[in-house]
Design a protein around this ligand. Structure first.
Ligand SMILES: CCCCCCCC(=O)SCCNC(=O)CCNC(=O)[C@H](O)C(C)(C)COP(=O)(O)OP(=O)(O)OC[C@H]1O[C@@H](n2cnc3c(N)ncnc32)[C@H](O)[C@@H]1OP(=O)(O)O
Ligand SMILES: Cc1cc2nc3c(=O)[nH]c(=O)nc-3n(C[C@H](O)[C@H](O)[C@H](O)COP(=O)(O)OP(=O)(O)OC[C@H]3O[C@@H](n4cnc5c(N)ncnc54)[C@H](O)[C@@H]3O)c2cc1C
Length: 674
């Protein structure tokens, strides 16, 4: 929606009724997602400043803009916000610290201001991420101030036309020339063309480029280098650089995703990103502690994606839940008034488990973030990297699980809004198209599941030998002594059911791998022949992690009893929703019996009924401003039909009663048929 209306505290009677009785303190829940009372206050202040600024309004709804207009409009806003953030005393006063920046870019800007991609997103995400996480202190001192001030704008260019997943297959080369103390960056083939990076097409003047490091004829594998792409001031592409935009995509069309080719471009040796590995002047290669440390920006971004998709799910559930309370359709009893569609159990089953999923994702993402920070601390201290495999496996597992769950969940929310959910003005289509690429970028999900499976199989073998296990697979240690069946259907019983199912699946697939090997198949081929089963077990392990974290987070919760009670119900709903969806797996592994599944299904129905009266209050507690929702169906006031009608009036086709196209095409046809 184009207009920036002030949030009016009027709401339609249906929503008034829903909000009249709330069993818990909504503000306490808002504080959980903001990370504390003070943060909620700061976020709201930021929102007020940003949303009341006329410079951040769209002149016309972006859906009616051309490709170029969209790009220009988003770039205008992105640059304006960057400057405002650096200079506006109001923003300085409320503290522009890291937390504030996080909300600005993730929630307020990403969702409200930049509706379909932000040309500076990769600059603030991965370019700055690479500088801060991958550069030496001296390099940071040189590059960080320039990047923070906007003197240079950068992106992260790794993927090529020929290779995205298989990093070792990248073809761009960085060849060291000891005579001039430079690297020569080159794209030897068409498939070496960098392809996809956000902000690359027209925005970035610099890029972190992943290229194969060659020294004296030896290839040391992919490493990151900083390369200048465009001249200062004129912004013209530099000699030897061919760069442009890759054209329209399913979504995120304002983000000028680009292509890039190098024709023997020379950069100083010191432009190699050198926190972990180094090349000395004489060409000596200094090895990192782990070759995978140069993949660190990807790990950080995978953690970020878990939160990002969670915010998207908050938006989609808020829209669909409010709409379900406002929309009336059909009859529950013949002759009675049409009920709110949220009275239908099937509708409750669409929205309530997704609301519960928001909490599940949030708590698991938070634990993952802490693991990331722990590993980062150890890297900086130069101590051991013991937790690195755990971080890699968990970040792959949760990024893959959450991006899939949320994309599917948004689709269910759209369907839950019937035909109106298909309208752009509901914002559900755009929330969907902005979320679904997270299943592909930062590691295609199937590929990430296989990374998780690799870790599980290794750990399973380790457990059989009584070896040391990483925290997320500590439960493997009991696998040989445990009976499969669970007797208790409490949350911890169900978590245990997942553990046993993972172990049973692993046992089966490890046996199959072994059998193939004994039959003479090479391990890699045996792995491929088992990979559907391997992906399946990785998914179940990921679900186990999330269920386990949800239960653990609540055990530690020290807030009010009202919030505690509602979160307990949501946790229970998430557990039963997950287990009943996976019941085939839990039955097959012998963890559950059909009678137990029936009991859980009964309880699911009871939980939906118990949570139904709180549905609107629960999404209100996410505290998403109307500008963040940007939806005719989900606004706080529930004035759905007026909003739908008013949005339709903005269609350029409605400017005139009879469009020119009629006179050009239809009139001649219709006349000739007279
Ligand atoms: C809002 C957000 C905006 C986002 C914008 C999106 C930006 C992008 O998309 S940027 C591009 C992202 N690209 C990708 O993610 C590419 C995905 N591919 C990869 O990560 C890797 O190549 C991968 C993991 C698939 C395979 O790597 P490869 O070097 O072949 O490793 P592989 O041989 O399978 O494994 C070697 C070992 O390294 C480990 N390893 C692999 N990656 C990592 C890592 N990142 N950290 C730690 N260990 C790792 C493996 O676990 C394995 O360990 P072990 O031998 O002990 O079992
Ligand atoms: C919106 C968007 C933004 C992006 N932004 C950036 C960016 O800023 N910078 C950047 O560098 N890149 C970016 N990318 C690229 C992205 O990271 C890659 O597309 C992604 O890593 C997947 O790689 P691919 O395209 O090569 O897919 P492929 O690997 O070719 O995948 C195709 C199919 O092959 C399967 N497959 C591949 N390998 C295996 C395997 N080993 N085992 C089993 N199956 C396999 C996959 O599962 C998939 O089904 C972006 C992509 C998108 C869509």
């Amino acid at each position: 929606m184009a207009g920036k209306q002030v949030q009016v505290r009027f709401c339609v009677p249906d929503l008034q009724k829903e909000r009249a009785n709330c069993s818990f303190n909504k503000e306490e829940i808002t504080n959980i997602f903001d990370g504390g009372e003070h943060n909620t206050e700061t976020r709201r202040k930021l929102q007020n400043i940003i949303f009341s600024d006329p410079n951040l309004q769209d002149p016309i709804p972006p859906d009616y803009m051309s490709h170029e207009q969209r790009y220009e409009n988003e770039l205008r806003k992105a640059v304006y916000v960057m400057k405002k953030f650096m200079t506006d005393p109001q923003l300085q006063d409320i503290g522009g610290g890291p937390e504030a920046i996080k909300w600005m870019y993730n929630s307020i800007l990403r969702h409200a201001i930049h509706k379909d991609g932000n040309p500076l997103m990769l600059h603030f995400g991965m370019f700055l991420g690479a500088i801060m996480g991958q550069m030496s202190e001296e390099q940071q001192a040189e590059w960080l101030p320039k990047a923070m001030s906007g003197e240079i704008i950068g992106t992260y260019t790794q993927t090529e036309l020929g290779h995205g997943t298989f990093l070792r297959g990248l073809e761009t080369t960085a060849t060291y020339d000891p005579v001039t103390d430079e690297f020569i960056i080159h794209s030897p083939t068409i498939t070496a063309t960098k392809w996809w990076p956000g902000g690359l097409g027209k925005t970035s003047s610099f890029a972190v480029v992943m290229a194969q490091l060659h020294i004296r004829g030896q290839n040391y594998g992919p490493h990151p280098f900083v390369v200048q792409l465009r001249e200062h001031v004129t912004h013209a592409s530099r000699p030897g650089i061919t760069v442009g935009e890759i054209g329209p995509r399913l979504g995120l069309n304002s983000n000028d995703n680009g292509f890039l080719r190098f024709d023997n471009v020379r950069i100083p040796r010191t432009n190699m990103v050198m926190k972990h590995s180094k090349v000395l002047k004489d060409g000596t290669y200094v090895k990192p502690k782990s070759a995978k440390l140069s993949y660190g920006v990807m790990v950080l971004t995978r953690v970020g994606i878990c939160y990002d998709v969670c915010w998207q799910l908050m938006r989609a559930t808020t829209i669909a839940t409010r709409y379900a309370a406002v929309r009336h359709q059909s009859e529950l009893e013949v002759g009675e008034a049409e009920p709110q569609i949220i009275e239908y159990q099937t509708q409750q089953y669409k929205v309530l488990p997704m609301i519960a999923s928001v909490y599940a994702i949030w708590f698991a993402a938070d634990t993952l973030r802490h693991t990331y920070m722990e590993v980062q601390k150890n890297i900086n201290k130069g101590s051991d990297l013991d937790l690195l495999p755990e971080l890699h496996a968990s970040s792959c597992a949760l990024k893959a699980l959450f991006s899939t769950d949320v994309t599917d969940g948004i689709s269910v929310m759209r369907l839950g809004c019937g035909g109106h959910g298909y309208l752009a003005s509901s914002n559900l289509p755009r929330i969907y198209t902005s979320t679904t690429p997270s299943q592909t970028y930062e590691g295609e999900n199937t590929v990430l599941w296989l990374q998780v499976a690799r870790f599980l199989i290794k750990s399973f073998r380790e457990a059989s030998k009584g070896g040391r296990l990483q925290p997320s697979v500590a439960y493997f240690k009991n696998h040989q002594t445990q009976t499969r069946r669970i007797t208790d259907l409490s949350n911890s019983g169900l978590v245990s059911g997942y553990e046993r199912s993972v172990l049973s699946m692993l046992e089966a697939v490890a046996k199959q791998l072994q059998q193939y090997s004994e039959e003479g198949m090479r391990y890699e081929h045996a792995w491929n022949a088992c990979s559907v089963r391997l992906v399946n077990v990785a998914k179940v392990h990921a679900r186990y992690i999330v269920c386990d974290q949800f239960v653990k987070a609540l055990a530690k919760y020290e807030g009010s009893s009202g919030v505690r009670q509602i979160m307990d119900q949501l946790c229970r709903l998430y557990m039963i929703y997950s287990v009943t969806n996976d019941q085939g797996i839990l039955l097959k592994s012998g963890a559950l019996t059909p009678d137990q599944c029936n009991l859980l299904e009964e309880e699911l129905g009871e939980l939906l009924a118990a949570l139904r009266p709180e549905a609107v209050n629960l999404v209100d507690a996410f505290d998403l401003h109307d500008e963040v929702l940007d939806s005719t169906l989900g606004a706080w006031d529930g004035d759905v039909y007026n909003r739908l009608y008013n949005e339709a009036m903005k269609s350029p086709l409605n400017k005139v009663d009879v469009p020119d196209a009629y006179y050009k095409y239809l009139q001649p046809l219709m006349k000739s048929n007279l």
